[in-house]
Design a protein around this ligand. Structure first.
Ligand code: CP
Ligand code: NVA
Length: 300
């Protein structure tokens, strides 16, 4: 059976942990100059409806480092822009390439492509989830903190796609996840409903309560791609800004994470993102190695 990565819930706890371990080994081997090219002759298609710097480049370079190649497409340049049915597009691509990574406005589109393809489909960000981001962020947490269990990880700000993937990660793994979002910007009800079965996922409107004693603090933009026209009121987000005062409630050795791109002065201050506790560029780097581990798992 082909395997997809549409949400983190497609993976078992063991699969998540072994992906992280494997990504750490691939990173070490790469830095030691060890060549490893198991994907010679394999092609990944990337179909991106939204902009990307990190995810696109890290997937492309991941394929090249593993000996494979990529075809980069935007939806506009394909016949999808002229209403070719998704089920036809999916079956056409299945005859040419070995996997597809998609970044779309709609989670439904990725699910529909996955339903009709007989090759692995990877969610490279949708309105609902960003699973690859959180897998590589878990890798970064493991590198800094060792074991993921017993950590207090906090999500502060918008209850968005990255937040949803953190919730899914906490459904699979045993760290404690505190979520603090403004009223009206909580995570989606169905994602929270799933999380209710787990005692390690705690929602609060109080950012200080969430950050107290935290090991890891995570935030993201207040306005995600595709939400630019929504009238999101930024005022209610300011108490959730990751600044030095809020950070002072966390453990002194806490790390600060942001998937990037960041808006300094909104969800995070310049001082914090450039400060000694920020690990944002390690997160960026780890996307490359986690994507290699994922492509190896799906394609070798
Ligand atoms: N973090 C992330 O997904 O960045 P890009 O939008 O640049 O891919
Ligand atoms: N929540 C952000 C993440 C960007 C990587 C967005 O969807 O725009």
């Amino acid at each position: 059976m082909k395997k997809d990565l549409i949400t983190i819930l497609d993976l078992s706890s063991e699969e998540i942990l072994s992906l992280i371990d494997r990504a750490i080994v691939l990173k070490k081997n790469y830095k030691a100059g060890i060549k490893y090219i198991p994907l010679v002759g394999k092609t990944l298609a990337l179909i991106f409806e939204k902009p990307s710097t990190r995810t696109r480049v890290s997937f492309e370079v991941a394929m090249y480092q593993l000996g494979g190649q990529v075809v980069f497409l935007t939806k506009d340049v394909t016949q999808m822009s002229r209403e070719e049915p998704i089920k036809d597009t999916a079956r056409v691509l299945s005859r040419y390439v070995d996997a597809v990574a998609m970044r779309t406005y709609s989670q439904n589109l990725i699910e529909e492509i996955a339903r009709w393809s007989n090759i692995p489909i990877i969610n490279a960000l949708s309105d609902k989830y960003h699973p690859c981001q959180v897998l590589s962020d878990l890798m970064t947490v493991q590198e800094y903190k060792g074991d993921l269990e017993r950590l207090k990880i906090v999500w502060i700000g918008d209850g968005n796609n990255v937040c949803h993937s953190w919730i899914n990660a906490a459904i699979r793994l045993d760290f404690t996840l505190y979520l603090a979002c403004p009223k009206g910007y909580e995570p989606a009800l169905d994602v929270l409903e799933n999380a209710k079965k787990r005692k390690n996922i705690i929602f609060t409107y109080d950012p200080i309560e969430a950050v107290k004693g935290a090991d890891v603090i995570n935030t993201d933009v207040w306005v995600s791609m595709g939400q630019e026209r929504e009238q999101k009121t930024k005022e209610c987000f300011f108490p959730y800004q990751v600044n030095s005062k809020l950070l002072s409630y966390a453990k002194p050795e806490a790390i600060v994470m942001h998937c990037l791109p960041a808006h300094r002065g909104e969800e995070i201050t310049e001082e914090v993102i450039e400060g000694s506790q920020s690990v944002v560029f390690d997160q960026t780097e780890n996307k490359l190695h986690l994507h290699k581990a994922l492509l190896e798992k799906l394609l070798v």
